[in-house]
Design a protein around this ligand. Structure first.
Ligand SMILES: C[S@@+](CC[C@H](N)C(=O)[O-])C[C@H]1O[C@@H](n2cnc3c(N)ncnc32)[C@H](O)[C@@H]1O
Length: 299
């Protein structure tokens, strides 16, 4: 039987947890340090119970007896793939179609009209969904583009969808969503650009060819190297920097600026703000919507 994690009696206001598995302060700190080093994510000691519950299933699956053993595994040479599983288990992947809908409305009304004109004349249009989770965000961008330009898939238009979590990239690539997940998608868009089917788990929707052509999924760590060379017309980086410390956030905003075309847009999460030196090169253009100032365009 699985016991509920509890703070170990007699320990400091600590991360030490005794339950099905023992997780000591040192184990927690080691895991938190790895997450910080690998993904830039800051996990305060108050989140020890969350770390425990997310990783307990990994220990169970591997037949390990303690977090000490798990730490040994993920720091060993043979534990590289488990370390990636650990990262995946510890990241929060909450997302949904058309989350924070004002961004898609802004994109449709203010950004896409000139880009659509340019694309029709053979121009190149690029959007980056950075930290795309299971694909709901980049497909929402693609649906917004298709609502303005139904033939977008035959033009030079691409959405790059990246995430650190390979499981999320695989889900986005598969492009299959439950009926419940599809509820925020307007019925006309759903019927036109997805194919419905019914299986053992109920009704689901598969992204059609146009959506799949528009969106390319790739694994990418936002605090690592970025291989992209061309610039983007818009970047969505929403609800991920909240997990980073202030200086990591500031560095990230500064790295986005040279990735944008002059006047390019940056959409960020509802509780996030562009901070650090980059704040001077962006101007706000609505709720959590930023525009790169023309004179500060990246080289
Ligand atoms: C809460 S979801 C947000 C998804 C989407 N942007 C949205 O707003 O609905 C955060 C995503 O960030 C990803 N993530 C966390 N750290 C990352 C990093 N260092 N590099 C890239 N992606 C990261 C997680 O895997 C997760 O899918």
């Amino acid at each position: 039987m699985t016991r509920t994690p509890a703070f170990a009696a007699g320990k400091s206001q600590s991360a030490a947890i005794t339950a099905e598995f023992v997780m000591t302060d040192a184990d927690f700190r080691q895991i938190a340090d790895m997450l910080h080093a690998d993904a830039g994510i800051h996990v305060p000691p108050g989140k020890a119970a969350l770390v425990y519950s997310r990783l307990a299933k990994r220990l169970r699956a591997l037949g390990l007896e303690s977090f000490r053993d798990y730490c040994h595994l993920v720091t060993s040479q043979s534990g590289a793939s488990e370390r990636q599983q650990m990262l995946a288990a510890l990241t929060t992947n909450v997302t949904r179609f058309f989350r924070e809908p004002h961004h898609f409305e802004h994109l449709r009304r203010h950004v896409l009209p000139p880009l659509a004109e340019s694309a029709r004349r053979g121009g190149r249009v690029r959007v980056w969904s950075a930290a795309c989770s299971n694909g709901a965000e980049p497909y929402s961008i693609a649906l917004t583009i298709l609502s303005v330009l139904p033939d977008a898939a035959s033009l030079d238009i691409k959405i790059l969808a990246t995430d650190i979590d390979p499981n999320m990239i695989a889900e986005g690539d598969a492009g299959i969503y439950s009926d419940a997940a599809m509820q925020p998608v307007a019925a006309d868009l759903r019927l036109r650009w997805f194919t419905a089917s019914r299986g053992a788990e109920g009704k689901s929707w598969a992204a059609g060819d146009a959506l799949r052509t528009l969106v390319a999924f790739r694994e990418l760590n936002l605090v690592g190297q970025w291989p992209m060379r061309g610039k983007f017309d818009a970047i969505f980086c929403r609800n991920v920097v909240i997990y980073f410390e202030d200086d990591t956030q500031a560095r990230l905003w500064s790295r986005f600026a040279p990735q944008l075309q002059p006047g390019g847009r940056l959409y960020i999460g509802h509780s996030e703000r562009v901070s650090g030196p980059a704040a001077a090169v962006f101007e706000t253009e609505g709720i959590t919507t930023y525009r790169l100032k023309q004179k500060d365009r990246g080289k």
